[in-house]
Design a protein around this ligand. Structure first.
Ligand code: SF4
Ligand code: SF4
Ligand code: SF4
Length: 267
């Protein structure tokens, strides 16, 4: 997209940013992340239907932060992730320039975080349409059917943690699965341990998942693990009227309360 290339070039030339995180075509023709530091190299940047990865995951990586201020090509899920990372004080708005892309694939001039918030608020923030059919099917299942469905799906998990690595909200320097004192989650992949790992991760993402689907896309054995966190995103909206990544000041659903909160969940 010409507007992205020219904006990226301008930002690097006038030293407003030190690196642009965007997409380029890889050797097999698939889009892959690109990290451009020279204005003369911005021509490699692309944006088309192949560019689906959630690039916000790189904003918290020290290898990228070391460059300085970052310009990032941002679709709606990436904008929502950035908003979450700002609200959780993992990145700072003044250290980021947004090269926005609308849901129709058009370049968006995003001058600052308030403009980005205004754009996000106008968008449909429900789960992606291609996942809604399976989510509706899961919602109709009994507890036992749901348990059986997930036990079957997760039985092939090899605990590679690619789902965690791909998720912008899984930025912990030491993930709970890497703790061995106490050992919360068994190291080996087995039926119960796999369930424990995915339940733990889903609870950590409850009300924080911005429904990008990246964890599911990253899974080498095609486990639809994104549906677990998307189900909780639905619940957060249903019970708390919250969509993650809509404000730079949003509080976490599971770690805040109000005195007049309903207590119907207490048995
Ligand atoms: S869909 Fe997956 S990768 Fe995306 S925010 Fe939710 S948990 Fe993270
Ligand atoms: S699974 Fe939980 S502990 Fe591990 S990186 Fe994600 S949020 Fe952090
Ligand atoms: S990416 Fe797939 S196989 Fe790897 S830990 Fe996640 S669900 Fe399991």
């Amino acid at each position: 997209m010409n507007s992205i290339v020219s904006r990226a070039k301008e930002l690097l030339e006038n030293k407003s940013v030190q690196v642009i995180v965007g997409f380029e075509a890889g050797p097999t023709g698939k889009a892959r992340p690109a990290f451009v530091t020279y204005p003369s190299k911005t021509d490699i940047l692309i944006f088309d239907e192949r560019c689906v990865q959630n690039l916000a995951v790189y904003l918290t990586k020290k290898e990228v932060k070391q460059f300085g201020k970052i310009g990032i090509v941002a679709t709606l899920p990436i904008m929502r992730s950035i908003m979450m990372l700002i609200s959780e004080q993992q990145v700072f708005a003044e250290n980021i320039e947004i090269l926005g892309v609308s849901t129709e694939g058009k370049y968006l001039d995003i001058a600052d975080i308030q403009v980005m918030q205004g754009y996000i608020e106008k968008c449909d923030l429900s789960n992606p349409s291609n996942d809604q059919e399976t989510l509706a099917m899961l919602n109709k299942m009994s507890m036992q059917e749901k348990f059986d469905y997930w036990q079957n799906e997760l039985s092939t998990c090899i605990k590679c943690y690619a789902c965690r690595q791909a998720c912008p909200m899984c930025y912990c320097t030491r993930c709970a699965v890497e703790c061995n004192q106490p050992q919360w989650i068994p190291v080996q992949a087995n039926t119960h341990g796999n369930m424990e790992w995915h339940i733990l991760r889903a609870m950590h993402l409850a009300g924080r998942c911005i429904s990008c689907g990246e964890c599911g896309r990253a899974c080498p054995v095609n486990i639809p693990c994104h549906l677990l966190t998307m189900q909780l995103a639905d619940q957060a909206h249903k019970y708390f009227n919250v969509y993650a990544g809509t404000s730079e000041k949003m509080s976490s659903v599971l770690s805040t309360y109000e005195p007049n909160d309903k207590e119907s969940f207490i048995l």
